[in-house]
Design a protein around this ligand. Structure first.
Ligand code: 13P
Length: 253
């Protein structure tokens, strides 16, 4: 069966020393808490990956990158390949975050390349999808999310698709304090699972972890995570302090 996962996305926050200190503090908090009922992931800036991985037990806390290049290697100044990410000890990579899509022009076609390269390097993509406020208000949210999944992921084999974690992050809920209601989130997660089932069959769909992201915090995590198709969260702001992040983790029962 699918895994429950709570992943923190630090975005462009914390210098190296702060990142290492956070990871070590989190490791102690998790070890002291027998109520942790999910896999825990921290997604750090590229430049912290190797040091953070070395500073903690990565069997207890997995480390993820927030992006990787859409090319394998070569003359792409400033880019970081999936192979480089994997060589740091990271096991996951966030792909298709709405901030990457909107600020850095990442298209479905680019994300398809990144996904293939991540999988070829044994990184598990945490693949983000989600609609804007305007798209929801014009009732296009289901079509938008379905198209994002189809365009970037539906040429994968069932075996490769089975390695993907999806994260539904409605753009209007990211960093706004405006969380999707548990009913809105559950409705979309069930739709995503059905979309997967229609393409790859029920078993693959039932085994796919689908995380919710967007102003998830210690106060609303439990209600969101108790929905049948919500398998955890991708957490931004509330992943930056250990107490807050542990509060979100405690929402998974
Ligand atoms: P917030 O939790 O800050 O809304 O961010 C969510 C997010 O974008 C995680 O990737």
């Amino acid at each position: 069966m699918r895994k429950n996962i709570v992943a923190g996305n630090w975005k462009m926050n914390k210098n190296l020393q702060e990142g290492i200190a956070f990871a070590q503090e989190l490791q102690v908090a998790i070890a002291d808490n027998d109520k942790v009922k999910c896999e825990v992931i921290i997604s750090t800036p590229f430049i912290h990956l190797a040091s953070v991985s070395a500073a903690i037990d990565t069997k207890k806390i997995n480390v993820a990158a927030q992006n990787c290049a859409d090319k394998a290697s070569g003359a792409y100044t400033g880019e970081v390949s999936a192979a480089m990410v994997a060589s740091t000890g990271a096991k996951y990579v966030i792909l298709g975050h709405s901030e990457r899509r909107s600020y850095y022009g990442e298209t479905d076609a680019i994300l398809k390349e990144k996904t293939v390269l991540a999988l070829a390097n044994e990184l598990k993509p945490i693949f983000c999808i989600g609609e804007t406020k305007e798209e929801r208000e014009s009732n296009k949210h289901f079509d938008v999310v379905k198209t994002q999944i189809e365009n970037a992921l539906f040429e994968l084999s069932a075996a490769d698709f089975g390695k993907i974690v999806l994260a539904y992050e409605p753009v209007w809920a990211i960093g706004t304090g405006l969380t999707a209601t548990s009913a809105q989130a559950q409705e979309m997660h069930a739709f995503i699972r059905k979309t997967i089932a229609d393409k790859y069959g029920k078993e693959v769909a039932d085994n796919t972890s689908i995380l919710y992201g967007g102003s998830c915090n210690p106060g609303n995590a439990k209600e969101l995570f108790s929905c049948p198709d919500i398998d955890g969260g991708l957490i931004g702001g509330a992943s930056l302090k250990v107490a807050d992040f542990m509060g979100v983790i405690a929402g998974m029962e």
